[in-house]
Every structure is written in structure tokens, then in C-alpha cells.
Design a protein around this ligand. Structure first.
Ligand SMILES: Cc1cc2nc3c(=O)[nH]c(=O)nc-3n(C[C@H](O)[C@H](O)[C@H](O)COP(=O)(O)OP(=O)(O)OC[C@H]3O[C@@H](n4cnc5c(N)ncnc54)[C@H](O)[C@@H]3O)c2cc1C
Length: 97
């Protein structure tokens, strides 16, 4: 059953010009995620872009309830996501179980 939850960006790191790594506090996800599974992220604070973007889990730290994911800034969705800053919350749907 999918779960809709909020995760907090605790670290945002530019790996290359268009590649960003996010470390997020995500208790409801970290507890049972496996690397390679994906979450559906609401990429903007407003209405557009409307569709969530599936993004893969790159790493997980279960002890500290942290997950990591990496994006390549490509189009509308990842550009919007790239503008959300450390300390802010992301609305995600956990689709795996
Ligand atoms: C299982 C999975 C895991 C992924 N993991 C990663 C990852 O770890 N890192 C990463 O950078 N990218 C990942 N992607 C790709 C990511 O979801 C985006 O499609 C990609 O980053 C480009 O999105 P954009 O919004 O920047 O581009 P856009 O140009 O806005 O979108 C690209 C195209 O996809 C269409 N589209 C976008 N979202 C949806 C949706 N929810 N349903 C249907 N069509 C849609 C758009 O209409 C457009 O045609 C993954 C995709 C999948 C399917």
C-alpha cells in the first residue's frame, strides 16, 4: 500500500553542474527501503509541474533514518526540484513494500 509522507532535506550537494545529491531525514521510508527502489516526489511547491517524478534511492542509513537520492537536472520537474533548499520538506509517495 503506497504511503504519502514528508521528508526533510538535511543536505543538498552539487556533484557536478547538473547533478545534485540529496540527503533526507525520512523515518517512514528509511525503515524498510532497499537501494534501487524509488519514491514519487512532488517536485514543486505549487501546482506545476503537476506530475510527481520517480527518483531512485541511492543510499540508506537506517540507524539515522536517512535516505539519499541523486538527480540529473534535465527538464521542468528536476529544475523545480533543484530549487528546493536544505531545511525544506518534500512531499513523497513511498510506492514500495
Ligand atoms: C523508476 C525510475 C527511477 C528514476 N530514478 C531517477 C533518479 O534516481 N534520478 C534522476 O535524475 N532521474 C530518475 N528518473 C527519471 C526521472 O523520474 C525524470 O523523468 C527525469 O529526471 C526527467 O524529469 P524532468 O522532470 O526533469 O524532465 P521533464 O522533461 O519535465 O519530463 C521528462 C518526460 O517525462 C514525462 N513525465 C515526467 N513525470 C512523469 C510521470 N510521473 N508520469 C508520466 N510521465 C512523466 C514528461 O511529460 C516528459 O515527457 C527515474 C525514472 C524512473 C521511471
Amino acid at each position: 500500500m503506497p504511503v504519502n509522507t514528508k521528508i526533510k532535506i538535511v543536505k543538498k550537494q552539487k556533484l557536478k553542474d547538473d547533478i545534485i545529491k540529496y540527503v533526507c531525514l525520512a523515518p517512514e521510508i528509511a525503515k524498510d527501503v532497499k537501494i534501487g527502489q524509488f519514491i514519487e516526489i512532488k517536485v514543486s511547491k505549487g501546482v506545476e509541474p503537476f506530475l510527481r517524478r520517480p527518483i531512485s534511492i541511492h543510499n540508506v542509513d537506517k540507524e539515522n533514518n536517512m535516505i539519499e537520492f541523486i538527480i540529473q537536472v534535465k527538464g521542468k520537474g528536476t529544475t523545480a526540484l533543484s530549487q528546493i533548499q536544505e531545511g525544506e520538506m518534500l512531499d513523497v509517495i513511498r510506492t514500495f513494500r
